[in-house]
Design a protein around this ligand. Structure first.
Ligand SMILES: *Cc1c(COP(=O)(O)O)cnc(C)c1O
Length: 423
């Protein structure tokens, strides 16, 4: 077998430079809480393929379901000749997502595609043009979702012009907004929407209940409920982007549940199918069904193999109670991270929920972001056998997203490496 170094040489000659990788190691196999490269080097996995393999890599039920489906048929296109598993995934999503009202779902390939479709549905149903998004938001890399995403480098730089009718308002970011309470932060954002856009022009308010790429920003309590209440009164479709927070990651099935918020539409992807590409929009039947027949779809959306994997993933989450596992991981990880923070003035804050935790790194005694220190700690982790990711508008957040099936031993060893990396 080729070595990671050999594969890296081939990659540089064959793969476009714009596609980056966190580590220059080429995977041979992965499972539980580890990834092993072609040279036999092992990393403890605190990335889960960016919050995707919540049920683990090659989870037994997923493997079995995919194998059975791939032998029956691989693709007919749901828009041409439909099949049961697509319907069954929609039934599961309608039942699992917050809100006791009648729902419908539609399936797509990627998170960005789900977000695009949520905007299409909200605009069509309301007849209004504007979409409101937040500082630090990340919603994808397609043209519309680049417009919805806040950060220029690397996501938007020289990729414009971007889609119109997108308006950005402040996020509740307690560490950096002087600790505004949720209601006050929401009032500030709402006033900006009303003065600068006009509520009657707004189709959708789109928000990540805990921001992902933007820095694992957890809004102050009351922020999401206040926005939800305003959206209802203003006839604005409240869209929760739970692409990173969904499927047990934060210790509930979905992060909105923590404050009892019921979105009108919810976008889903990442953790939905154990690593197979699948995404969804789920929401109020009257909004979803407002769109004419043929108005939603795509060649591969709801591919039967991905649907089989999604059904097996959801079954695994239920059977292993992975929401409880996320809470347990969060408790163990949170305690260790707070201990690290107590001894290291570079850590401004430990935040997140469940198995979605992060630390924000600053110049000691200030709130000045320190992306160089963040990158150095991350590199020390990678060198010592722990795969971590960074994020944040300022590139100064280390985030931790282990698979929810990681063993206590692997979790403990990963946290030991992390503590050593902080030195
Ligand atoms: C990853 C992500 C997306 C985009 O999903 P892709 O599958 O990469 O297109 C959108 N929103 C959030 C919150 C995400 O974390």
């Amino acid at each position: 077998m080729a070595t990671s170094e050999e594969l890296h040489k081939r990659r540089v000659e064959a793969v476009a430079r714009g596609v980056g990788s966190t580590i220059p190691a080429y995977v041979d196999r992965a499972g539980g809480g580890t990834i092993t490269d072609v040279d036999g080097r092992e990393w403890i996995d605190f990335a889960a393929g960016i919050a995707v393999t919540n049920v683990g890599n090659s989870a037994p039920r997923v493997v079995e379901a995919v194998r059975a489906q791939v032998e029956r048929f691989t693709h007919t296109c749901f828009m041409v000749a439909p099949y049961e598993s697509y319907v069954a995934v929609c039934e599961q999503l309608n039942a699992l997502t917050p809100g006791g009202f009648e729902k419908r779902s539609a399936l797509f390939n990627s998170g960005a595609e789900a977000v695009e479709n949520a905007v299409k549905i909200a605009r069509h149903a309301t007849g209004r043009p504007a979409v409101v998004v937040f500082d630090h938001a990340y919603h994808g890399r397609t043209n519309l979702t680049m417009a919805l995403t806040a950060k220029n480098m690397p996501y938007k730089h020289r990729f414009g012009p971007f889609a119109g009718e997108v308006y950005r308002v402040p996020m509740s970011y307690p560490l950096r907004d002087g600790g505004l309470d949720g209601a006050t932060a929401a009032a500030r954002s709402i006033e900006m929407i009303e003065k600068q856009v006009g509520a009657e022009n707004v189709a959708a308010l789109l928000i990540e209940p805990i921001q992902g790429e933007g820095g694992f920003v957890v809004p102050a309590p009351g922020f999401l409920p206040a926005l939800r209440e305003w959206a209802t009164a203003a006839g604005v479709v409240f869209v929760a982007d739970e692409i990173q927070t969904g499927f047990c990651r934060t210790g509930d099935w979905f992060a909105c549940e923590h404050e009892g918020v019921e979105p009108d539409l919810i976008t889903l992807a990442k953790g939905i199918a154990g690593g197979l590409p699948l995404a969804a929009v789920t929401g109020r039947a009257e909004l979803m069904d407002a769109v004419h027949v043929g108005g939603l779809g795509g060649t591969y959306g709801g591919n039967p193999i991905a649907c089989a994997a999604a059904l097996a993933s959801v079954e695994t989450m239920r059977e292993l109670d992975l929401a409880a596992a996320a809470r347990r991981i969060g408790a163990v990880m949170g305690e260790r991270l707070r201990a690290i923070a107590a001894g290291d003035p570079r850590v401004a804050e430990v935040r997140g929920r469940g198995a979605m935790l992060a630390v924000e790194i600053v110049v000691p005694g200030t709130l000045t972001p320190d992306p160089a220190a963040t990158a150095a700690i991350s590199a020390a982790c990678h060198a010592a056998g722990l795969l971590t990711l960074t994020c944040g508008t300022y590139g100064n957040v280390l985030r931790f997203l282990p698979p929810l099936v990681i063993s206590d031993d692997e979790l403990g060893r990963g946290l030991d490496i992390l503590a050593a990396a902080f030195g």
